[in-house]
Write a protein that binds this ligand. Structure first.
Ligand code: GTP
Ligand code: MG
Length: 311
């Protein structure tokens, strides 16, 4: 399962956010290093299309797509030099597919620490850059040794040197990556997350928060990770399946079972909104709107499918 990690300074609200996202019971407390070992949980990816499809199919059960969330503690100014829990957090960061910076912007006299999000950002970027610097330095030294005999390594040495110089200035290397910024009150979202769906919707609506920032955040993270969703629907179950943008039909079939990928014959496909408009799978079939797609077909977010296979 794809995974995103929450990273930030002590008391930023990472564990509170983690709990709201996963329904988990991580310790959230107003002192630094409340989190020592990472909390790992699963967040449901909210998707209104699932509900619509399940109503159409009179489905008994709905299964959402999900992503893993890791709450990583221990990043403080000077961590790269051994402050606080030292570099322990790095091992956890290198395991995740995407990083979410949690930058505190709430004032609360009972919660120590800076409350300026830009100050949080400065320290987080600096510490991550310094950690990268160490990695690059180790590699650079190794490459330099062999570059004298191996000309091919000179190019790599030059690149590493460039990276080293940038990082030594405290500049992160990942600037060109796609970044989304969003603001939220973790406290309000966490309270809302504890309510039943109808009450939650009412509370968020009353506060003018639409579907809520948590919903938005998970969707954005999912999308940034290059993840997309296709659906299967029937009386027994309506389910969201996760695939990677660009995946072809057999790979998508393999998300359900490796046998379906191995014995793939074709995928019968219709986009979810067209299916809803027609009103049922059988009617869509009758009017010739279900397409028959082969091995080369690239699934599109929102496709509804039935696979034909033979094993
Ligand atoms: N007022 C206010 N307090 C918050 C908010 N989010 C979190 N807190 C409080 O801030 C304190 C720290 O929150 P945590 O979630 O434990 O912070 P953390 O980032 O996990 O901290 P470490 O584990 O020490 O790195 C807790 O007492 C939370 O209740 C918020 O949006 N508003
Ligand atoms: Mg914590």
């Amino acid at each position: 399962m794809e995974c995103f990690g929450l990273v930030g300074l002590p008391n930023a609200g990472k564990s509170s956010l983690y709990n709201a996202l996963t329904g988990g019971g991580a310790l959230a407390a107003p002192y630094a290093f409340a989190t020592k070992d990472p909390n790992i949980g699963v967040a449901k990816v909210p998707d209104n299309r699932l509900l619509a499809l399940s109503e159409m199919s009179k489905t008994k059960s709905i299964i959402h797509a999900s992503v893993q969330v890791v709450d990583i503690g221990g990043l403080v100014e000077g961590a790269s030099k051994g402050e606080g829990l030292g570099n322990k957090f790095l091992a956890n960061i290198s395991e995740v597919d995407a990083i979410v910076y949690v930058l505190r912007a709430f004032k609360d006299d009972d919660v120590p620490g800076p409350d300026d999000p830009l100050e949080h950002l400065r320290v987080v970027e600096l510490e991550l850059a310094l950690a990268d610097l160490e990695t690059v330095e180790t590699r650079l030294n190794r490459v330099k040794k062999t570059a004298r005999v191996d000309k091919g390594n000179q190019e790599e040495a030059a690149l590493l040197q460039k990276a080293y110089d940038a990082l030594a200035e405290g500049m992160p290397l990942v600037q060109e990556h796609e970044v989304e910024v969003m603001g939220m009150s973790v406290q309000i979202e966490a309270e809302a997350a504890q309510l039943e769906a109808a009450d939650r919707a009412e509370m968020l609506e009353a506060l003018g928060l639409g579907e809520g920032a948590l919903t938005n955040m998970v969707r954005k993270a999912y999308h940034l990770l290059g993840l997309r969703t296709y659906f299967t629907t029937g009386e027994k179950e309506t389910r969201a399946w996760t695939f990677h943008a660009g995946d072809k039909a057999p790979v998508c079939a393999g998300k359900i079972h490796s046998d379906i990928q191995r014995g793939f014959i074709r995928a019968e496909v219709i986009h979810w909104d067209e299916l809803l408009e027609i009103g049922s799978w059988n009617s869509a079939k009758d009017v010739g709107k279900i397409r028959s797609e082969g091995k080369e077909y690239e699934f599109v977010d929102g496709d509804v499918t039935e696979f034909r296979f033979n094993v």
